[in-house]
Ligand binder design. Structure first.
Ligand code: GLA
Length: 393
């Protein structure tokens, strides 16, 4: 598949409405939240650092209508099950089913003091699952908007992002950072954005016209992803504790400068040193890439993306053979600006900046090279940056 499947979206919304009416006998409102690609700034969000993601057209849609009772009824077009919960006695932690993302959000909204009545929800997800494009954040954010529409209080989107992250951290049990939920809420068409994950201040960074985001799915997801993610987080926290001994102003790796890193690199246990080295320099690369992209210096942006990938492969050790092959497959192709793995790693996708006129050829050449080396047929999506979450009409 070469990307432009997104033109079918309005049709899907129509079908979703019909499906909802057949199931629940009433007409829904529909809320949409997108997945994302991260251009640079990987494994920096939970170190209170910088990221530069963009929302893409792959989205999750949640159709919702009020019910006369106090039930939350959750169904999906893609996943089996007809889940019913009593709004006044929601489970306190994960049930193990896909509906946990919706339930977790309902539960954190209630804890935040929001009141909403019974609701029927139908979830339709188009974000490829397990591809590192934040399908879970998209479900959470679309569900949050749908559930809030059943009550009187509409929280601002940045707060919605934080609550969705809380649902994933505390209810689902995945200790993710804020990046995915935030970009799903706040994305802007034609732009990436530079997010400070400590203050949550952000600045939109225009993606130059004529540049496509070409997302190449390796179609693999290695099992160690979740365990390794938590280990990396713990290693970073250990690094921050050590640096705080040398400079008490350090609260997170975000506070470690390249100079401080260089000064103490050899005092750190080797693995911790590698992890810290990645995070500290990745933060700097992200700030530099935002400036260079704004200035239109694409060659330098491309070089930083490559450095980021190498660092994730060699220092942070979250790449894998398939991702490395996919990144290498892009080198030298016409119109290629830069590329790297995107998301948590151990499989999933690479993101590539490619000149529009070359994007189709680029997609088939990368897929062909990848097939030759791995025997796996990749999916390639030709994307542009899209708007963040909202009501879909
Ligand atoms: C996953 C998490 C994000 C972020 C990335 C790595 O996508 O959900 O919070 O940590 O990994 O940059």
């Amino acid at each position: 598949m070469h990307g432009d499947s997104f033109v079918t979206t309005p049709m899907k919304a129509h079908e979703l409405t019909q499906h909802f009416e057949r199931l629940f006998g009433t007409y829904p409102r529909i809320f949409r939240a997108p997945g994302r690609v991260n251009l640079i700034g990987e494994h920096t969000d939970y170190n209170e650092g910088f990221v530069m993601p963009a929302a893409v057209a792959f989205s999750t849609y949640v159709a919702v209508a009020p019910r006369p009772d106090r039930k939350l009824v959750i169904r999906s077009e893609e996943f089996p099950g007809n889940f019913e919960f009593d709004l006044d006695h929601l489970p306190e932690r994960r049930t193990g089913a896909w509906c946990d993302y919706v339930l977790g959000v309902a539960s954190v909204l209630q804890q935040r003091g929001l009141k909403f009545g019974g609701a029927s929800l139908l979830v339709h997800g188009e974000v490829p699952i397990g591809a590192g494009l934040s399908s879970s954040a998209a479900v959470e954010v679309a569900s949050a908007l749908a559930l809030m529409s059943m009550g009187e209080t509409q929280l601002p989107l940045p707060e919605v992002a934080k609550l969705c992250q809380k649902a994933e951290n505390n209810f689902v049990g995945a200790k993710v950072g804020i990046m995915d939920q935030f970009v799903s809420c706040m994305g802007k068409a034609g732009h990436a954005f530079l997010l400070d994950c400590r203050s949550l201040e952000f600045r939109f960074v225009p993606i130059p016209t004529g540049i496509r985001l070409v997302v190449c799915n390796t179609m693999v997801k290695h099992d160690l992803a979740t365990g390794a993610y938590n280990t990396r987080r713990a290693e970073c926290e250990e690094g921050a504790r050590l640096f705080a001994k040398w400079d008490p102003a350090v609260r997170a790796l975000r506070d470690v400068s390249v100079e401080l890193l260089d000064q103490h690199f050899h005092d750190l246990p080797p693995t911790i040193g590698k992890r810290c080295s990645h995070v500290v320099r990745e933060n700097q690369r992200t700030l530099d890439a935002a400036r260079l992209l704004t200035e239109g210096d694409l060659a330098q942006v491309g070089a930083l993306m490559r450095e980021s990938h190498n660092s994730l492969r060699d220092l942070y050790e979250v790449s894998c053979r398939e991702l490395d092959i996919m990144v290498d497959a892009a080198e030298g192709l016409a119109g290629f600006v830069g590329g790297r793995m995107t998301g948590g790693g151990f499989g999933g996708c690479t993101v590539n900046l490619v000149r529009e006129e070359n994007a189709e050829d680029f997609a088939s050449c990368v897929a062909e090279r990848y097939l030759q080396k791995t025997g796996i047929t990749a999916q390639v999506y030709l994307c542009i940056a899209e708007d963040g979450a909202g009501e879909f009409s």
